[in-house]
Design a protein around this ligand. Sequence first.
Ligand code: ZN
Length: 504
Amino acid sequence: MQEKLAELKARLLEASDLQAAAAVLSWDQATYMPPGGAASRGRQLALLSRLAHERATDPALGKLLDELRPYEERLPYDSDEASLIRVARREYERATRVPADFVAEFSAHQSASFEVWSRARPANDFAAVQPYLEQTVEYSRRLADFFPGYEHIADPLIDMYDYGMRVSTLRPLFAALRDLLVPLVEAIGRQPAIDDSVLYRHYPEASQLSFGLEVAQRYGYDLARGRQDKSAHPFTTKFAAGDVRITTRVNEHDLSEALFSTLHEAGHALYEQGVRPELEGTPLGGGTSAGVHESQSRLWENLVGRSRAFWTYFYPRLQAVFPEQLGGVSLDDFYRAINKVQPSLIRTNADEVTYNLHIIIRFELELALLEGRLAVKDLPEAWAALYRQYLGIEPPDHRDGVLQDVHWFGGMVGGVFQGYTLGNVMAAAFFEAATRAHPEILEEMAAEGRFDTLLRWLQEHIYQHGSKFTAAELLERVLGGPLTVEPYARYLSRKYGDIYDLRS
Ligand code: ZN
């Protein structure tokens, strides 16, 4: 059996190296590649993805996994080896269920749809993308049908990003959240608006970058095993346990953009840098689901990076970097500015309170499209109706409405949005559990700008395990039960009740 296990590990390591090679090419494409490299880079990435798919679906791999089943069953469920075989089998089964022809056809359609969308969005032209989106809904349904036995047609699609999550558990969770958020947004809207103009003064790029990276390092992001570069859309990528990179983008007239995107990506990177090195090169070697990953970026971006405790220590330092811009602005005014709540049209610019309503709207619309209750041609009207209902605003055009996100136009319909909100809800639950176990976390942050107790707790309970446990298993282990909105509700009402003086 040891020989078979060694063979499995060798095969999985090759698959992981192919993925890492593709990730290096993608990172380069997004950071330093001159435009002239685009055509051949596309071809090179397609080759690597074909090779990776061939290996991932090799019948010899399936045979090996079958032979290892009795061995796996004798091992404890949470041992590294049983987890390795279990997760490798799950991935093998998923990869082999979907015929290669379908994968190629859908992927060609996704590229075509993306091309049309990237011209249609600036032109505000929904009619141009409508036939493509209709086909995407069809492809997404067919993709789900390769996984028969589902409860809801979106479940197999959700599985691809948040394995084990179901429409039947997400619907009540999101409904509870909506019932909490809609009145909170209304109550905030009745209070005087916060003046956040201080954030839009001129902040030179170099100082923004060095301050953000310094905070990321204070968080524990290890630059001997990482680096930061600029890209149009910030992201985190991993080539090895010893090479986890982040990117950011800078706007010299908006202090929040680089700073909070850096803290967000640093959270993703801390998770990846914290996986036990023994799991490297296996399917266990990275974060476990979209939602859990996003919980870490959100935790470090918002629960830490937008907290009063954090800025009690770091605001004088930021003032020293930008004395002309911030010298005369009090900590309290700055704290309120970075936590301003205001319903807006664009998801990616939304504040902590309204953000999840953008996701809930998309989630409800996806389900309606997949279930056939909503036709693509009626999508813009349905979109506007939900924005009116939940946020009290309405997009004046498609550009800042239904066309704003790439997910449906370059990917699929279903599965692609729930992770963001799961992440926010989980972040609050994890942070509450950590600060309950170690009340000194906030004090260390405020008095010394230290995060080691928090980071150690996260490493011990979440990061080290990589993908050994599903999100649901991890939540059960860490929180002792399934995810609820209560910790998030407590967090939001305490923080924003204070900022907006909502207590009567
Ligand atoms: Zn993220």
